[in-house]
Structure formats: C-alpha cells, structure tokens
Design a protein around this ligand. Structure first.
Ligand SMILES: Nc1ncnc2c1ncn2[C@@H]1O[C@H](COP(=O)(O)OP(=O)(O)OP(=O)(O)O)[C@@H](O)[C@H]1O
Ligand SMILES: [Mg+2]
Length: 300
C-alpha cells in the first residue's frame, strides 16, 4: 500500500486533535531529529493523557513513527505528510475525491482526482530523498540527521519549483497542464490525456510533433525565460489529437542560470536523438538551438 493509500484511508478517521499533533511534529521536525514528546505536550497545550492517546493513534495509523533513545521522540511518516497536504487541499475546496494511481514512481506518485465541481485533475506527490525509517534508524550521526529531515524539505521544494515553473510558462501558452494549486510536497494540475512519447510506437506526423515541441521550448525560453532542464521522451505527452504537452518541471532553470545553455542544449539533444531513433526524423542541433534563440516577434 502506498503512503497515499494509507493517507486516504485514514483521513476520514482523523480528528482536529490528530491534525494538531501532526502539524506540531511537522513544524518541530526542523529543529529535532525526533520531536520530543515533551515538545508536543507543551506546544499542543493538551493534557498528557490526550497527547499519549493521540500519539498512540497516529502511530497505529502509521502517520508517525516513534523513536525511543535517550528520550522518546516522533517523526512524520510519508503518509503523515500526505495526510496534511491532502487535508489542506480538501479544506481549501481544491480536491474532493481521489481516483486511481496514474503512476507510482521513483520521484513522485501521481493520482487522478476530482475537484468539488467535478473537474478531473492530477495530484502529484513529490518524493525526494525517500528513505525508510528502518534505514534512518540504522544510520548514525550528522548524515542521518540531515538525510532524515531532508526528504520533507526536498519534496516540498520540488513541488514549489514545479508549481512555479507551470505558473511561469502556462500564461504564455506553453503547452503544459494548467497549474491549479499546491500544498507542501503536492502539486495539483489539470489532467491531460495521452501517453508519454516513449510509449508511442508510431505517429502520422513526427515532423510536426517535433516542430511543436521545439516551438514550445522556444516560447518557454523567450517569453517566460524558462528552460525545462529534464526534457526527454518521458516528459512529453502526446494527446489523442497528436498534439504535445510538456510535463514534469521541478528542475527548471531560468535563462540567466549559469548552466542555462548547457541544459537547453541537453534538452534539445535528448529530443532530437529520440526523434532520430524512433521516427527517423533528423534535425541539426545547431539549427534547432538557433530557432529557439530567435526572438518571437511574430508569435502571439
Ligand atoms: N497532468 C497530468 N495528467 C495526466 N497524467 C500525468 C500528469 N502529470 C503526470 N502524469 C503521469 O504521471 C507520470 C509521472 O509524472 P512526471 O513525469 O511529472 O513525474 P516524475 O517525477 O517523472 O515521476 P517518476 O519519478 O514517477 O517518473 C507521467 O509520466 C504521466 O504518466
Ligand atoms: Mg517524468
């Protein structure tokens, strides 16, 4: 069962006091490797009995982990963090119901969901620096400290970055899912139909598809000042009408980034190599790059 499955299953059972304890642990994790039970007691202003009851419940729900060393402390699990984000998005009327998992991968879990007005959206949970509690328990010292809390920050940062990229390029008409909202390590965006290019064996118009990708890279570059920096056949979706959308933006850089040129070139090279190998469409990389650099005076 994925952490999102655990979170969704548990969410309805949680009471405001549970959320309060979860949030205290979340915040205090920036200061402690394991949040001391005493801190939770003090910050929550609950009775000792109440705190023990909540911690016990949350542990049983697998939303937090208990650690007993020189003191007793707690950390959020991935499912606990998912719960906080989902709850915030539901409360803000952004999502209402979850559908199926569209992809559970290395760096993200992507779910289908519905908004209160019935719009189909995608909820992407970023997972960076994923490390199991058992592993952290085996690790010692400074590195363990850093690695332990960093999954939370890295995942949140990735979501913020992805949302920021979408927010920058979408208004200029770059073909990307519409960004809807984000919270913690989660981005909500429009659901798009289609398949990633690597899964498409054949297209009737590969030349046009390639042109469309390059044109979108150009608009992102020229109008939004953004370079994708992880562009490949895995992050370009071909919709049923043979038009493309570019997804997966957390690693974007702006055009003034010191590595901007190298990253742009790598993006284009990935795409050109794929089109050559898969569809036998060949383009000169210098010409393609020149095209992207050409100002967009005549384009809306
Ligand atoms: N807006 C969307 N609409 C429909 N499906 C999507 C959307 N965004 C992502 N997906 C699906 O989820 C998959 C993973 O998304 P994405 O490429 O953004 O994440 P990732 O970080 O590469 O994840 P992973 O590490 O799992 O590969 C995509 O290949 C696609 O199938
Ligand atoms: Mg991807």
């Amino acid at each position: 069962m994925s952490s999102v499955d655990i979170a969704i299953k548990t969410l309805n059972h949680l009471e405001p006091e549970d959320f309060r304890v979860l949030m205290i642990i979340e915040i205090d994790m920036s200061r402690h490797r394991y949040v001391p039970e005493d801190d939770i007691l003090r910050l929550s202003e609950f009775s000792t009995k109440q705190v023990k009851y909540r911690l016990d419940r949350l542990s049983r729900f697998r939303l937090i982990y208990r650690w007993a060393g020189s003191y007793v402390g707690y950390v959020l699990s991935m499912a606990g963090y998912d719960c906080l984000a989902i709850n915030a998005l539901v409360k803000a009327n952004i999502i209402e119901a979850f559908g199926k998992a569209l992809g559970v991968g290395k760096e993200s879990d992507v779910y289908d969901a519905l908004t209160p007005d019935g719009r189909r959206v995608v909820v992407k949970f970023h997972r960076l620096g994923r490390i199991s509690f058992r592993q952290t328990r085996r690790l010692r010292g400074y590195i363990a400290d850093r690695r332990h809390i960093s999954w939370l920050y890295q995942s949140r940062l990735a979501a913020e970055r992805e949302f920021e990229a979408l927010r920058r390029v979408y208004p200029h008409g770059v073909s990307v899912p519409e960004p809807i909202s984000h919270n913690r390590h989660v981005v909500v965006m429009d659901f798009i139909e289609g398949a990633e290019l690597y899964r498409v064996p054949e297209v009737p118009n590969p030349d046009e598809v390639l042109d469309e990708i390059l044109q979108n890279v150009r608009i992102a570059y020229q109008k939004a000042g953004v370079i994708h920096a992880d562009l490949s056949e895995f992050n370009v979706v071909l919709n049923p009408y043979f038009h493309i959308l570019i997804i997966d933006w957390p690693q974007f850089v702006t055009v003034d980034h010191p590595n901007a040129e190298v990253l742009l070139r790598r993006d284009i090279k990935n795409i050109l190599t794929f089109f050559k190998e898969r569809f036998n469409v060949e383009r000169d990389i210098y010409e393609a790059l020149e095209g992207i650099k050409k100002p967009l005076k005549n384009v809306k």
